[in-house]
Write a protein that binds this ligand. Structure first.
Ligand SMILES: [Fe+2]
Ligand SMILES: [Zn+2]
Length: 371
């Protein structure tokens, strides 16, 4: 189906396009000029923009406007500017830009189980990879099964998930019982749900937890949908939610060589006011300075959040066996594990990736005709 513009009217700083169905779209003159796709305004070799907005006056207006090839697939709004430059925007392309692509999130509680996908198919088949990633984008979690059990095979996921995001631990981080380990995951204790590296201002946004061997009793994996939980808290206690968005919380982590430290609220919103990031890591949280004027309110809100995160009704438990990889959206999904109950061999490796790379993989496969 192609989209057709039946008329355009010129206003002070925008065109009003009327679509054949009667809907109207405002097209600001500076937007029309800035997005000119001609070979002078773009670098043909790379498709990057060459035009800089300061080259035209801020009150730019077209000299002439017309609709060309009306009603055809190639229909376009054609504009001549006062300096003689010509811009053509196809109606179908304008239509495609009416609203940004939406990602539908599916929230879950303790009754959910992450979907399982075959590792080999994920790696080998573009179509299978797009299906896995789309599920991952909706729910923030999935499990790859029948994966290798050799150390460092997480490197192979870079073909799908983009480059590994390195942090102050080793590039591929080992988690096993270690009496000299510097973090609670190296003990046999339970690890309550948390997200990693709240001590970075931009924590890693995708985490892969790869079980190489699991011959231990206990140590079940736990995941919690942080976004689902925060949206419930927001509707039950808007005031508590607001405090969690405002009060900066220090967080610190260290390894044998490095230390990282950052101070940020536990909840960050995007420009539409939706939850974009949760930072919840009790082990790494440091004391908030006593000069914080909302300290009392913060603690009431944090108590409520801590109760909800640790409520068994919010937690999904499953056993990650050797050769399985748990993928978590690091800014959304909290992960943890129950206590280890035996001394059986258990070796987990962790690596991080970035959601911006993962999210764009299916679109890239489509644009390049691979699916
Ligand atoms: Fe962790
Ligand atoms: Zn141009």
């Amino acid at each position: 189906m192609h989209h057709s513009i039946s008329s355009v009217a010129r206003n002070a700083d925008a065109l009003t396009a009327v679509w054949s169905g009667g809907e109207r779209t405002e097209l600001p003159y500076l937007w029309l000029r800035d997005n000119c796709g001609c070979s002078e305004c773009c670098v043909e070799q790379t498709t990057e923009k060459r035009f800089h907005l300061f080259r035209v006056p801020s009150d730019l207006k077209p000299s002439t406007v017309s609709i060309e090839d009306a009603g055809s697939e190639d229909e376009a709004v054609s504009i001549a500017w006062p300096d003689g430059h010509l811009t053509r925007h196809r109606s179908s392309e304008i239509h495609g830009l009416l609203s940004p692509p939406r990602l539908d999130l599916q929230y879950w509680d303790g009754r959910f189980q992450p979907r399982r996908f075959d590792y080999g198919r994920f790696q080998a088949s573009d179509r299978a990879a797009a299906e896995v990633i789309e599920e991952f984008l909706r729910t923030g979690v999935c499990v790859l099964v029948d994966a290798p059990t050799e150390p460092d095979s997480l490197e192979q996921l870079a073909t799908r998930l983009g480059p590994i995001r390195e942090v102050l631990f080793e590039r591929i981080h080992n988690v096993m019982l270690d009496p000299k380990g510097y973090n609670i995951a190296h003990t046999g204790l339970a690890v309550a749900p948390h997200n990693d590296f709240t001590s970075y201002t931009w924590p890693p946004s995708v985490q892969a937890l790869h079980m190489l061997v699991n011959e231990c009793e206990g140590g079940e994996s736990t995941v919690v949908d942080g976004f689902g939980l925060l949206n419930e808290l927001r509707s039950d206690h808007p005031d508590k939610f607001d405090v969690l968005c405002k009060v900066p919380v220090p967080s610190r982590i260290f390894s044998e060589e490095y230390e990282c430290y950052a101070v940020n609220p536990m909840v960050a919103l995007d420009s539409d006011g939706e939850v974009r990031m949760m930072r919840f890591n009790t082990a790494q949280m440091q004391a908030i300075p006593l000069s914080e004027p909302r300290l009392g309110e913060f603690y009431a809100a944090y108590h409520e959040l801590s109760r909800r995160v640790n409520d068994p009704g919010a937690q999904v438990n499953f056993r990650l066996e050797g050769g399985q990889i748990l993928l978590c959206a690091g800014h959304r999904v909290l992960h943890g594990r129950t206590a280890l109950r035996s001394n059986g061999h258990r070796h987990l490796q962790d690596a991080y990736f970035e959601h911006d790379n993962v999210r764009n993989h299916p679109g890239m496969l489509r644009r390049t005709g691979r699916i």
